[in-house]
Write a protein that binds this ligand. Structure first.
Ligand code: NAD
Length: 328
């Protein structure tokens, strides 16, 4: 397990690395970031790091419970205070991300611009699908998917005008792979992946880069499912540097998914099997599908691909029309 001493020594190493002239420091002077749900957990760690790198930060947090009840301005205020005491620039915003325009307005009023949006706010309403109510479904979608949409939508005109923007969204392994009791959350989180991919395409020509992370960290949200040693070891500070990289002007990446936590970072992509082409001039029978099922689901015959765009994915369908060597 990682102790505080280990962690401090890692931090020390990171500082030495930053002081090494061979590694250009990623500074954020003059830039303005909005971090939603920044009153605790991951969002707090992101805000502290961005502020330390010179970024002015809007610390947004509604300050409610982990299941989305109530509100409290103290969560955001505390983080703003921490940043200011360390010599950084920050202001608080207490609106729900559902009121994204108000969150962005705070950035414009306080700092005159917005360059980076980190959509991080989130809640849980875990229940088996059989017991899940419309309320559980809707609230989770409103905070995660609609909240991400609303804050990004309000920042977008500023990004277009200045031909610059960085958006980092937050999905979850649960969105990518599913999990018992989290139908609402997994659906909203994969929705955020789709939103990320389309915004990356629409933002490209104006230097607006949009990526999405699936983090793992010991926070209020995971304290109920992770053992205490794990909560301690999976520090949000291990995730924050990826945010500072993806949010930086030198970042080359867009439209990508990353899994990150405990100091480990990896990119995730889709894989599609080589597939089976049937004749497009004859009706396709379910029996033919049954006959070829093991080929349809085979990823190990050397024909699997990793399509990176809808156009690339669609090409296979076009090719099938021209393909005379079709399966019977
Ligand atoms: P957290 O509960 O510590 O932080 C979430 C913050 O969002 C809280 O401070 C909360 O007050 C705030 N918030 C909730 N609803 C809001 C709203 N409507 N408007 C503004 N703020 C609101 O949890 P965390 O683990 O730091 O989670 C951060 C993000 O990471 C979430 O989107 C979560 O789904 C995602 N995530 C976390 C993990 C993990 O391992 N911790 C795993 C996968 C995904």
């Amino acid at each position: 397990s990682v102790t505080d001493t280990d962690f401090l020594s890692l931090l020390e190493q990171a500082k030495n690395l930053a002081a090494n002239p061979k590694v250009a420091p990623l500074t954020y002077d003059g830039k303005v970031a909005i971090v939603t749900g920044a009153g605790g957990g991951l969002g707090r760690a992101y805000s502290l790091l961005l502020a330390r790198l010179g970024c002015a930060v809007v610390v947004n947090d509604l300050g409610g419970s982990a299941t989305g009840q109530g509100s409290d301005s103290r969560a955001a205020d505390k983080v703003v205070e921490e940043i200011r005491q360390a010599g950084g620039k920050a202001v608080a915003n207490y609106d729900s991300v559902e009121d994204g325009d108000k969150v962005v307005e705070t950035a414009i009023k306080a700092f005159g611009r917005v360059d980076i949006v980190v959509n991080n706010a989130g809640i849980l309403r875990d229940k088996s699908f059989a017991r899940m109510t419309d309320g559980d479904w809707d609230l989770v979608h409103r905070v995660h998917l609609r909240g991400t949409y609303k804050v990004t939508k309000a920042a977008w005109p500023h990004f277009l005008k200045q031909k610059y923007g960085r958006v980092i969204n937050t999905a979850s392994a649960v969105g990518l792979y599913g999990n018992f009791g989290q139908a609402n959350y997994s659906a909203a989180k994969l929705g955020i992946v789709g939103l990320t991919k389309t915004l990356a395409i629409e933002g490209k020509k104006n230097n607006i880069l949009v990526n999405v992370i699936a983090p793992n960290a010991g926070t209020r949200m995971t304290a109920t499912v992770m053992p205490p040693e794990m909560v301690e070891a999976f520090k949000p500070e291990y995730v924050a540097p990826l945010i500072a990289f993806l949010g930086h002007e030198s970042c080359p990446e867009s439209g990508s998914i990353f899994e990150v936590g405990s100091g480990w970072i990896a990119k995730v992509r889709w894989q599609r099997s080589g597939g089976v082409g049937f004749s497009s001039s004859q009706p396709l029978l379910p029996e033919q599908i049954a006959k070829h099922w093991s080929d349809i689901v085979n990823f190990n015959d050397g024909r699997a691909t990793h399509p990176t765009s809808t156009q690339e994915a669609f090409q296979q369908f076009m090719d099938n029309f021209a393909n005379s060597a079709v399966s019977e």
